[in-house]
Write a protein that binds this ligand. Sequence first.
Ligand SMILES: N[C@@H](CCC(=O)N[C@@H](CS)C(=O)NCC(=O)O)C(=O)O
Length: 226
Amino acid sequence: MLELFELRGADPEILFSPYCWRVRLALAHKGLPFTGSPLRFTDKEPLACSGQNLVPVIRDGETVVNDSVAIFEYLDATYPQQPLLGDSLAANRARLLEKLTFTALRMPLLKLLVPRVYAAIDDADKDYFRTSREKALGMTLEAFADRQLGLDSFVLAVGPLEAWLKTQPYLDGEQPAGTDYLVAGLFFWAWCLGEQPWPAESAVDAWFQRILKRYEAEFGVVKRAA
Ligand SMILES: N[C@@H](CCC(=O)N[C@@H](CS)C(=O)NCC(=O)O)C(=O)O
C-alpha cells in the first residue's frame, strides 16, 4: 500500500503540516488507500530514501517522491483517475495559483501559528524547531509572532479567494481538485492547530467546510489541538 510520511505533533494524531495535508487530500480525492507514517521534525532516518529531509514523502512500491506539488504530478501520471492538476495548461495555472496564494497566505499564518506549532510539537523537537526557525527568520520566535498582524493580513490576503468562491463552490469549479487541495492545505494547518483565522459565514469558510466534511466522511473527524 502507498505510504505517506508526514509531520506529527507531540500527539501523533495531530497532523499540522500544510504540505502533508495537501497530499492527504489528494490521495483521498483519487480514492487511493494509504498508510500514514507520522514523524517528528527530528525523525529524519525514514526520509533518507527520498534523498532529502522534508515531509511529505510518499513511497509507492519502489518509487519514492517528495515535495507536495511533485507528488500531485506523480499521482496524476500514475493514477490518472480523478485528475488533480489536469492537462498542461490547467496544471500551469494550478502551479501559478499555488505560488500566488502560498506567498500571500503563508507569512500571515506563520505569524499567527508559530506559538501554536511550538506548543504542539514533541519536546524532542523543540530545540531543533527553535534553532532552525530562528535562523531562517533572523529573530526569536517570540519577536516574530504577532497574532493580530497575522489575523489582519490573512483576512486581506484571502480576499481574492472569497470573491472567487462566491461564484462557484470550489476553486477548481463545481467539484474540488488539485488547486483546492494546494490552497486548503494551508487552512488545515491553522485548523489542526486550533485556529480559524478566516471569517465564519464567509464563502471561504463554506468552501473549507465542504472540503473538511468530504474528508471526514471517509477518514473520521480531524483531530485539532485544544
Ligand atoms: N516544498 C515542500 C516543502 C516541504 C516542507 O517544508 N515540509 C516541512 C513540514 S511543513 C518539513 O518537513 N520540515 C522539516 C524540517 O524543517 O526539518 C513541499 O511542498 O512539500
